[in-house]
Each structure stands twice: as structure tokens, then as C-alpha cells.
Design a binder for this molecule. Structure first.
Ligand SMILES: Cc1cc2nc3c(=O)[nH]c(=O)nc-3n(C[C@H](O)[C@H](O)[C@H](O)COP(=O)(O)O)c2cc1C
Length: 201
């Protein structure tokens, strides 16, 4: 891809998703929202997995579908999970070594919110460092907020089962530090962290 094509792609992304931290926006590939394993088989094979192939990255198409399963918008114009009084007030972040990204489901894009590596604030268990994908769920720290997070991570478990990915939801994180780093206010808190990747062979 030449420089002009890159610039055109960047400005399209910014036009679609708006200007954020340093203008960095990443448009995600359109998730494939049909097919996969029958839902009963996915429920039947769902399991937590903590061993990841650290050398096998998760491609953008798969990442887009993971994020969509958790908190995207389906073809009914609905979020992929229900929310109390349709508040749609959960937030989903992707943590990477080079920065933190906010997932905008309706626009199917990631918006960079900082250049910090927040993964160490989740890494209370040894296996976390091997996971290629780190999802951080943010919600109001009340019963409904936690219910929303539960719905979202279960969707990711089912998608992972269907695709042969490994995943685990984790509560052992530094909630206070993550909440502060993300500048969360109004009762919002970091609730849970989900690691995901291809299973170690
Ligand atoms: C709310 C919640 C928090 C969890 N926190 C952690 C965690 O911090 N670390 C971890 O390794 N597993 C964590 N788990 C995963 C559980 O250990 C796992 O679901 C349980 O052992 C049952 O295994 P299964 O999911 O394979 O059925 C958590 C699960 C839930 C539902």
C-alpha cells in the first residue's frame, strides 16, 4: 500500500469514527455474522482456557468478530447482548502493549484512548503475558452493570468455542488502578478482563 492509499484509509477511518486521542482510529473489518458452530455445540464445548500460543497472533477479522460478539450491533439493530432498560452503557476496551483502544460497536472501529500499556495492571497470573488479546470490560459497578459484563463475556466464550480459540474471564485485576488510568467517573469501574488467543499446541 502506498502513502496516499494509507492516508486515504486513515481519513476514511477518522471520518467514520470521529477524531479521538491523537486522531488514531482503526476501522475494523466487517464481522462475519453468519455461520459458525451450532449454538448447542458451542454451549456444550465452552470452557475456560489459559494456555495460549504466544507466537500466533489473532488476525483483525477474528478480532472484529470477538468484539462484535461481546458488544457489537446485530442485523436487528440491537446490541449483541441485552442491557437493563436498554441503557447500552457497558464499555469495552482492547488493551495492547502500545496503548488502550475503545471499541465503538455501532461504528465497528477502535479509537485509541491512550498510549499506555495497561496489561501489567491485569497480569496477576503468569499466563496473562502470553495472551495476544486482552479485553477489559467497564460498566457501572452495580448489579445490572455486572450482568451486562457477564452476558458479553459469555458471548465471547461461545464465539471462542465455535472458532477453536481459547479464552478466560478474569476478576483478578487491579480494579482501582485501571479505573483511575481510564479516567472513569460516574460510578463506572473496570469490572473484568478477558484473555483470548489460539490455544497452545
Ligand atoms: C466472575 C468470574 C471471575 C473469574 N476470575 C478468574 C480469574 O481471575 N482468573 C482465572 O484464571 N479464572 C477466572 N475465572 C474463570 C473460572 O475460574 C472458571 O470459569 C471456572 O474455573 C470454571 O471453569 P470453566 O469456565 O472451564 O467451566 C473467573 C470466572 C468468573 C465467572
Amino acid at each position: 500500500m502506498n502513502a496516499i492509499q494509507k492516508l486515504t484509509m486513515m481519513s476514511c477511518a477518522v471520518l467514520t469514527c470521529g477524531t479521538v486521542w491523537g486522531g488514531e482510529v482503526k476501522q475494523l473489518p466487517k464481522p462475519v455474522t453468519t455461520g459458525g458452530m451450532p449454538v448447542m455445540d458451542a454451549i456444550n464445548t465452552r470452557a475456560s482456557g489459559r494456555l495460549y500460543d504466544a507466537n500466533k497472533p489473532v488476525d483483525d477479522q477474528t478480532l472484529s468478530e470477538v468484539l462484535w460478539a461481546a458488544w457489537g450491533v446485530n442485523t436487528q439493530g440491537k446490541r449483541t447482548i441485552p442491557t437493563a432498560r436498554n441503557q447500552q452503557n457497558m464499555k469495552l476496551y482492547l488493551l495492547t502493549p502500545t496503548g488502550t483502544w475503545y471499541y465503538d460497536g455501532p461504528k465497528n472501529c477502535l479509537e485509541k484512548v491512550n498510549d499506555e500499556n495497561l496489561i501489567p495492571l491485569t497480569a496477576t497470573q503468569e499466563f496473562v503475558k502470553d495472551a495476544p488479546i486482552h479485553l477489559l470490560y467497564v460498566a457501572k459497578d452495580d448489579m445490572w452493570g455486572r450482568c451486562h459484563v457477564g452476558s458479553a463475556y459469555q458471548n465471547v466464550y461461545l464465539y471462542a468455542a465455535s472458532k477453536g480459540l481459547s479464552t478466560v474471564i478474569r476478576g483478578l485485576i487491579d480494579v482501582d488502578a485501571l479505573t483511575a488510568k481510564l479516567g472513569l467517573t460516574g460510578g463506572e469501574r473496570a469490572i473484568a478482563h478477558q484473555t483470548l488467543g489460539w490455544p497452545e499446541k
